[in-house]
Design a protein around this ligand. Structure first.
Ligand code: CP
Length: 313
């Protein structure tokens, strides 16, 4: 594996191996000295053309914990604002000596374009491309489910039932999760208003619900709420925030109706009071901050796999 652009780049065994390696990285992250020498002398560039808190900082921490040198590039404040192209931006950074590019971009396919381009020689990790994919988010969510639900540091997710709720249409997280969870043996359902759940999704998941209460009556093991992505909406997909919250929000009363064993997930950033109530988000069933912590371990595993192990297998 030279790049990680999509969950489709991973076989089931490769995905499980990455989760198992992530579990080992979690142990490193529990030590007083959270550092391995594995990527000493390697250079990783965080290339972010779109805003991020979790992904950007966790990739930076992950690379530093593996002893890599890290450079952070954000489009704001760079020569992109003077009209420099993607090709010239990457050529400029690579001329300084770079081993990996971690790419977040508002265009679906941007990371693939860079990985396939003759003008780039770096390993490329997709850190979220438009509405397409966010593979390391999928991996950290599966790691979280495997540990919280099964208490396991190995194996797949056979038999686990996951409901992903909300703005499926604009969500790269929904796609990466559906691909990975099903690869690992879980059953995945989408739920949301018909304007935000593409009918073509049926090829990607096992079931689609357009009524949240009907879906919740099926007692899923995991309810994963998604952010309403107002910045990607170019028309009126929902009548208004109040109606959306009433119909598709994980409100206090819906949260109270869940089994105490149901996990509540959200990739962040959250719109509290819109897609999820504070009671649900801050509950013991919520894994939201665990997902963030697991993101560092997963990104350490992916960087280690691509930069330290690739070619040695
Ligand atoms: N989940 C996620 O990708 O969050 P950020 O946009 O903060 O990176």
């Amino acid at each position: 594996m030279r790049h990680l652009l999509s969950i489709n780049d991973l076989s089931k065994q490769e995905a499980i191996d990455l989760l198992n390696l992530s579990a080992q990285m979690q142990e490193v992250n529990k030590r007083d000295v959270k550092k391995l020498p594995a990527l000493n002398g390697r250079t990783v560039v965080n290339l972010f053309f779109e805003d991020s808190t979790r992904t950007r900082f966790s990739f930076e921490l992950a690379a530093k914990r593996l002893s890599a040198d890290v450079v952070n590039f954000t489009a704001k404040g760079s020569s992109v604002s003077k009209g420099e192209s993607l090709k010239d931006t990457i050529g400029t950074l690579e001329a300084m000596g770079v081993d990996a590019l971690i790419v977040r971009h508002h265009h679906s396919g941007a990371a693939l374009t860079i990985a396939n381009a003759p003008w780039s020689t770096s390993a490329v990790i997709n850190a979220g491309d438009g509405t397409h994919e966010h593979p390391t988010q999928g991996l950290l969510d599966s790691l979280t489910i495997r540990q919280r639900l099964n208490g396991l540091d190995q194996g797949d997710l056979s038999g686990v039932r996951v409901l992903i709720v909300g703005d499926i249409l604009h969500s790269r997280v929904a796609r990466s999760n559906a691909l990975l969870l099903r690869k690992l043996g879980a059953k995945v359902s989408y739920c949301g208003p018909s304007t935000l759940v593409p009918s073509a999704s049926l090829g990607l998941v096992d079931e689609i619900y357009y009524d949240f209460d009907q879906a919740l009556a099926q007692n899923f093991d995991v309810v994963m709420m998604l952010r309403i992505q107002a910045e990607r909406m170019n028309s009126a997909f929902i009548p208004n925030a109040k109606e959306y919250s009433q119909l598709f929000g994980l409100t206090d009363s819906r949260f109270d109706s869940l089994s105490s064993k149901t996990l509540v997930m959200h990739p962040g950033p959250m719109n509290r009071g819109l897609e999820i109530s504070s009671k649900a988000a801050d509950s013991a069933q919520s894994t939201i901050l665990e997902q963030v912590a697991n993101g560092v371990a997963v990104r350490m595993a992916v960087l280690y796999r691509l930069l330290a192990q690739e070619g040695k297998a």
